[in-house]
Design a protein around this ligand. Structure first.
Ligand SMILES: [Zn+2]
Ligand SMILES: [Zn+2]
Length: 298
């Protein structure tokens, strides 16, 4: 009897600059469309590629952390692409994975399986699609892609479902299209989160800033390009119907623990004032609102 012949593994190609995961193929794609877009960047030395298998061999792993009741995060170590960590919202009717990192391994799949698996997987925008298709396949979950951004999904799959506007994925868990950074840029509104006060998972649709007491709006973070006023107002308007107190950005930190809706609205007003030139950019310290003192943070 002949010994088993090892199957040749077709590599899964990853652009390590943006974290896009491309379909398995013998050779890498000719280019990364996401990196050639003006919101991203190609390294000055030229496009580079890696593979899921190479990352695993070089010591990449995943990290799972509880974040709050019924919410846990999945990160890749070290970070890859824009470095986001994913979040899983747990409900009695099933779980939603949001903004998965590019790297996925069996340990992460096992951790999610132990916590009830996945009914659906989605992302705030194309820079955070990561291994969205691989997660969908691992759990036979729906892959929810905003209609306005569907052309950016690097890897088509039969489980992809297109949505727009607002879509309640699970009871109390709603995708809300805000636009801005991408036309389909979205957030998750999780009504039961923060002990019923409501939570937003925002990726970088809204950019939580380092002090966790303000947010910003960015068309291109790496190229330092701002978001036009109409888009900023569009984000605020899309979220006006929703009640929320806490806001998780695309990374482990920072997190706005409380008063997030007021912080969003005030930050948007200040951003627009600066865009318009209506703001004195050399203010006295006393002119800057002391939001930390008034926001009821715990
Ligand atoms: Zn790329
Ligand atoms: Zn982005």
């Amino acid at each position: 009897m002949l010994p088993d012949t090892p199957m040749a593994i077709t590599p899964t190609w990853i652009c390590p600059t943006c974290g896009a995961v491309y379909p398995p193929a013998p050779a890498p794609p000719a280019r990364c469309a996401l990196c050639e877009d003006e919101r991203q960047w190609v390294p000055p030395t030229g496009q580079v590629w890696t593979t899921m298998e190479e990352l695993a061999r070089s010591g990449y792993g995943t990290e799972v952390r509880e974040v709050e009741r019924d919410l846990f995060g999945i990160g890749a170590q070290p970070g890859i692409g824009v470095g986001q960590r994913g979040l899983v919202v747990q409900t009695p009717q099933g779980n939603l994975l949001w903004d998965p990192p590019a790297f996925i391994d069996q340990a992460a799949i096992d951790a999610v399986a132990e916590r009830g698996g996945l009914a659906a997987v989605s992302a705030s925008h194309p820079h955070m699609y990561g291994s969205i298709v691989e997660w969908g396949q691992a759990f036979s979950a729906e892959i929810l892609i905003a209609a306005a951004d569907r052309r950016w999904l690097p890897r088509p799959d039969a489980a992809v479902r297109i949505w727009s506007g607002a879509s309640e994925v699970l009871p109390g868990v709603t995708l809300v299209q805000c636009g801005g950074h991408f036309p389909g840029s979205a957030v998750v509104h999780w009504a039961p989160g923060a002990d019923g006060k409501g939570v937003l998972l925002v990726g970088d649709t809204i950019f939580v800033t380092s002090g966790a007491d303000r947010v910003s709006f960015i068309w291109s973070a790496p190229n330092r390009l701002p978001l036009p006023e109409r888009e900023v107002r569009g984000v605020v308007a899309a979220l006006a119907p929703y009640r929320f107190d806490r806001m998780y950005g695309g990374w482990w930190e920072p997190v706005i623990r409380s008063d997030a809706k007021r912080i969003l609205e005030r930050s948007a007003e200040r951003y627009v004032e600066i865009l318009r030139g209506d703001f004195d950019t050399a203010p006295q310290p006393s002119q800057w609102p002391t939001w930390k003192e008034t926001s009821g943070r715990t």
